[in-house]
Design a protein around this ligand. Structure first.
Ligand SMILES: [Zn+2]
Length: 120
């Protein structure tokens, strides 16, 4: 079990495993928020408190909720609006520095080709 928390501590994420890789993406939102994204099944991530501590930003087709702490503004995670989908992203910059340092950073071209730049 590892933990991620926003700066003020109002939002915590309890996560079953440390990430082996995190993704640095250049899409319109990630390049601005500066997140490093660790992907999980929502089954393996427990948001504390479960509701009420985050504000949500959505745009475009509004299929993904981008959550940020209501108090300190840290981008905490994203989740699909369709809760049957088995994928979410946690901002790995909220994890302990040694946890993040142990993960390999992969660069994803979310702005254009929608491919990992380190793929052969
Ligand atoms: Zn906060």
């Amino acid at each position: 079990m590892i933990e991620a928390s926003c700066h003020c501590g109002a939002v915590r994420l309890e996560i079953e495993t440390a990430p082996e890789t995190v993704t640095s993406c250049n899409c319109s939102i990630c390049r601005r928020t500066g997140v490093l994204c660790a992907y999980y099944s929502p089954k393996n991530v427990h948001l504390v408190p479960a509701e009420g501590a985050t504000d949500i930003y959505m745009w475009g087709d509004k299929s993904i909720e981008f959550h940020r702490c209501k108090i300190c503004g840290c981008a905490t995670h994203w989740a699909p609006v369709d809760k049957t989908l088995d994928r979410m992203g946690v901002n790995a910059r909220l994890m302990a520095p040694e946890v993040l340092a142990a993960a390999r950073v992969r660069r994803f071209d979310g702005a254009d080709t929608w491919k990992y730049l380190d793929e052969a």
